[in-house]
Ligand binder design. Structure first.
Ligand code: 4NP
Length: 154
């Protein structure tokens, strides 16, 4: 079982989009029973909130199924529970490391590190560009899944 925790600042836009996009990809590959995929925030300011409406609209437009979501902050204990802790931008990585203290098993990555062009996924909460965020998250999730399929030879 591969356990993945996606992380962003608020856990209401990028990380739940990544969660539901990767769940959709894994389902289409018939690998649902091999993965546990969740998401969390680095901030507690949005704790308990559902996914932001514009993020839901993007998922709907692209026929990605989603379920009711409840934002929560990452905990230090998540480090032991997950195999991969995947942030969206450099600030997320800094904030994740602050919570977990030390990445002793090299579990922390940025989502676009798995692509040929590593970079940040800009926060659509501030840019207003949910299309760009969706497109980058989709590229990141596809690259991550390809990497894991190669690594694990399911
Ligand atoms: P996210 O976007 O990190 O992609 O979920 C944000 C959503 C809400 C806030 C910040 C970022 N906020 O400050 O409320």
């Amino acid at each position: 079982m591969i356990k993945i925790l996606f992380v962003c600042l608020g856990n209401i836009c990028r990380s739940p989009m990544a969660e539901f996009i990767l769940k959709d990809m894994v389902k289409k590959e018939n690998l649902e029973n091999k993965f546990i995929i969740h998401s969390a925030a680095t901030s507690s300011s949005t704790s308990g909130e559902d996914m932001y409406e514009e993020a839901k609209i993007k998922l709907k437009e692209n026929q990605i199924t989603y379920t009711k979501h409840k934002a929560r902050k990452i905990l230090q204990s998540d480090y032991e529970k997950y195999d991969y802790i995947i942030g969206m931008d450099d600030n997320n990585i800094k904030d994740i490391l602050y919570v977990i203290k030390e990445d002793k098993n090299k579990k922390v990555y940025k989502l676009l590190d798995f692509t040929k062009k590593p970079r940040d996924i800009l926060d659509p909460w501030y840019t207003g560009n949910f299309t760009k965020a969706y497109d980058d998250i989709k590229i990141g999730c596809q690259s991550l899944l390809n990497y894991l399929i190669n690594l694990k030879q399911f």
